[in-house]
Ligand binder design. Structure first.
Ligand code: AMP
Length: 178
């Protein structure tokens, strides 16, 4: 099967759910893909091939749905996995970053000693929308001295121009909606 055929099969397992979690949002539901083990595996293999081009030394997965892709990618690539979590979940000394939501702000945290000055990190999440979350994680890593090798997403919502907020870091996305 060609790569574009595989990508189309994966895309067919992403369901559009209108007006979730609130009116006007077209939610990309990835659960049908997770229920299809062969195509979930193909998605991880294709993402891994894209990420490998940027030679990361570790993966950074963003809670919650970034964990679903980050963990199998780390195992597949044989790389360390660093977790970026919601506030109050990590037990040791943390560094945190605040970022804007539509209403108010939120925070994400990482163990301060999990990021190495000579580390090259691939930041993993399920969906690139406005890019606010991924750019916050990127600045968190930079503050700790790390380098962002690339960003990796299953889905990119291209019409929201999220990659423009990610600076010069390369973006790997398996399924892009324009
Ligand atoms: P953003 O910071 O705007 O790039 O939003 C990214 C985060 O919000 C990701 O962690 C996604 O899980 C989630 N997200 C944003 N928009 C959608 C959408 N249309 N469908 C599913 N998840 C979304």
């Amino acid at each position: 099967m060609t790569e574009s055929l595989k990508t189309r099969e994966i895309e067919a397992l992403i369901r559009d759910v209108p007006d979730f979690p609130k009116p006007g949002i077209l939610f990309k539901d990835i659960t049908p893909l997770l229920e299809n083990a062969p195509l979930f595996r193909v998605a991880i293999e294709l993402l891994a091939a894209g990420v490998a081009r940027h030679a990361p030394t570790a993966l950074v997965a963003i809670e919650s749905r970034g964990f679903i892709f980050g963990a199998p990618l780390a195992l597949h690539m044989g790389l360390p996995l660093v977790l970026v979590r919601k506030p109050g979940k990590l037990p040791r000394r943390i560094e945190s970053v605040a970022y804007q939501l539509e209403y108010g702000e939120d925070r994400l945290e990482v163990h301060a000693d999990a990021v190495q000055a000579d580390g090259r990190y691939a930041i993993v999440d399920d969906v690139l929308a406005t890019g606010g979350t991924a750019s916050a994680v990127s600045s968190l890593l930079h503050r700790l001295g790390g380098t962002v090798a690339c960003h990796a997403f299953l889905i990119e919502l291209g019409f929201l121009a999220g990659r423009e907020r990610l600076g010069t870091a390369p973006v790997e996305a398996l399924v892009a909606y324009t």
